[in-house]
Design a protein around this ligand. Sequence first.
Ligand code: EPZ
Length: 422
Amino acid sequence: MDSILVTGNGPLNGDIPIAGAKNACLTLMPATLLSDEPLTLTNAPRLSDIKTMTALLQSLGAEVQSLQGGQVLAMSSHDLNNLHADYDIVRKMRASILVLGPMLARAGQAVVSLPGGCAIGARPVDLHLKALEAMGAELELRDGYVHAKAPSGLKGAVVDFPFASVGATENALMAATLAKGTTVIKNAAREPEIVDLAECLRAMGAQIEGEGTSQITIQGVDRLGGATHRVVTDRIELGTYMLAPAICGGEVTCLGGKLSLVEAYVERLDAAGISVEETEKGLKVARRGDRVQAVDVVTEPFPGFPTDLQAQMMALLCTAEGTSNLEERIFENRFMHAPELIRMGADIEVQGGMARVRGVERLKGAPVMATDLRASVSLILAGLAAEGETVVSRVYHLDRGYEHVVRKLSAVGAQIERIKGE
Ligand code: EPZ
């Protein structure tokens, strides 16, 4: 297994290009199952999760061609000949459950393995299933699989979520595009990735209103056509790299960044003493003084502070002046980066969903272990400003969500390299 060696090396300066959003691409790709015409995605990120979704769609009989070094995905599910999504692939990535709604809507049946949990939590899919049942699907859980059928097709329904689940909103939205009648999704998730999905589905002929608000209305249509769609910028990669100059000093522009993608996040950065300016190139970020100020953070569904940036923010606050309180309200076990940061000299106390971070002057490099996707990059950020060398192991977590980390950070002056494992 590869690892990454980072050496604290002073201020960072220059431009970092931000890729297309992993979490948009992972829901846009299953949308190809809704139509027998080609769907092409541009600005796709080059990530292992995208490869996993590619393998899953191909196992169902869809065609997925990765062009221009992976930045273009040319897909077609004209020959959808297998409606069974196997555990072997699904267990690698939870987002696999997003093939369920489209398959059911297009073919009237689907057998999809339950995804199982992951490091950050149990992550059930009960809300996905309830939404599809409300639309007339008959579901049976057997041998770890969801056996779903809708022999006379799905029908429009009111789907009222107890909380704004991103994945459940995406599954319901895709299924509703081909349901007979009107579907209203209440307490829908409002993430930019959902807006991006709705724009792509509309380009394919779907009739959707209200995406980005907590109520989405869909008029079902008989069939969807093809489209070409550009994947929205990755707001989590954007927020991650914005912290490089915040932690090390210097000035970095994250190319393609837009304030609208990270408003709540930028409000917290501003309070911590980080200046963010939107230019025609992207978001220009610099630390105002030579040390950030402690701030409190609560993770919430969009437009609140994103849970996917909590680990990165914790790395920043480890060297802040004062004490910060971070409350993780979305996942039940998303502080696994804390013990690793403590190995680097951070002063962090975790109790349930709360983490108290008392800032220290400077962290010290140490060997640390990545435990999940976002924790892995928070350790790299910590290593950028730490004294001495940090070696982050198990970087396969990193490869799931960040393309070319070493290249992007080296380009702004970071001392970072990837060490090939056995
Ligand atoms: C999406 O996961 C993202 N993944 C996650 O990003 C992100 O952290 C999360 O949304 C929240 O923003 C993708 O888009 C592929 P949820 P998802 O349904 O859809 C519970 C990353 O790092 N829940 O909004 O699974 C669930 O357990 C990943 O890129 C149910 O109880 O998130 C969690 O506690 C990590 N029942 C909470 O809701 C359900 O049926 C939020 O889950 C569904 C979810």
